[in-house]
Design a binder for this molecule. Structure first.
Ligand SMILES: [Ca+2]
Ligand SMILES: [Ca+2]
Ligand SMILES: [Ca+2]
Length: 238
């Protein structure tokens, strides 16, 4: 390529990049590409909810009005300018767009439950699935005392630590598919919203799930109307 062509190409790249901050959903507030972390991790999905609607196209709501993805009333926004709020009259789900299927995924998100009391029964709040709305391969559920139970297929473990109401946590969930009795899943959380995640609060290594992960479902209930923000998914630990 001639030098003039290289310079022209470079100018075009710079010009395009210069416009990106004006396009909602292309860059996050820190100016990083939505597909890269500061440490260079490539995200399969990065959703801040700050754009009108969703940043990333392809989310699926079980009810459009009760899944509020432009929510900004306290305690929202958990981060940025908007969060998602499950303001529901019955159990409602929201599914991420499909991402490239991977044997291992790491999912991270902000969680804030401002209910007056913890749920009346075990409630799965996040399920990693083999396709959008498909079979759950791993999940985490909040218990009536705030403990979290992680599951991989039929294998489960309940934490001894617990989540509290009216507090924003960053939660991480990891999953690695197995071959029948060696699937892995773990849950971590911290009130330091950017980590570090520390050691797992609960984990299983005898999971029965064997499918790759390709989507994540979040669920709200009438007794667990919670706020969700900063959903990040990667095929590697972050
Ligand atoms: Ca946000
Ligand atoms: Ca909605
Ligand atoms: Ca939004």
């Amino acid at each position: 390529m001639k030098r003039t062509a290289i310079v022209a190409a470079l100018f075009c790249v710079l010009a395009v990049n210069a416009q990106l901050p004006g396009l909602p959903g292309i860059l996050d507030p820190a100016g990083l590409s939505k597909h890269e972390t500061a440490s260079g991790t490539t995200y399969l999905l990065n959703e801040t909810f700050d754009a009108t609607g969703y940043d990333v196209v392809g989310w699926t709501e079980s009810n459009t009005s009760e899944i509020k993805e432009d929510y900004a009333t306290s305690p929202a926004p958990l981060s940025g300018t908007q969060s998602l709020y499950f303001d529901v009259t019955t159990t409602r789900t929201v599914d991420t767009p499909s991402f490239s299927a991977n044997d291992t995924v790491w999912v991270s998100f902000l969680f804030h439950d401002d209910e007056a009391s913890l749920p009346g029964q075990q409630r799965i709040i996040c399920a990693i699935k083999d396709s959008v709305g498909g079979t759950t391969v791993a999940s985490i559920a909040i218990e009536t005392d705030g403990d979290i139970t992680v599951a991989c297929g039929s294998a489960t473990q309940r934490s001894t630590a617990s989540l509290s109401l009216n507090t924003t946590f960053r939660i991480w969930v990891s999953y690695t598919k197995g071959t029948g009795a060696n699937g892995q899943a773990a849950v971590y959380w911290d009130t330091s919203l950017s980590g570090p995640k520390g050691t797992a609060k609960a984990s299983v290594s005898t999971g029965t799930a064997t499918a790759q992960a390709a989507s994540v479902r979040f669920v709200g209930y009438t007794d667990t109307e919670w706020h969700l923000d900063n959903v990040q998914v990667a095929a590697t630990e972050f």
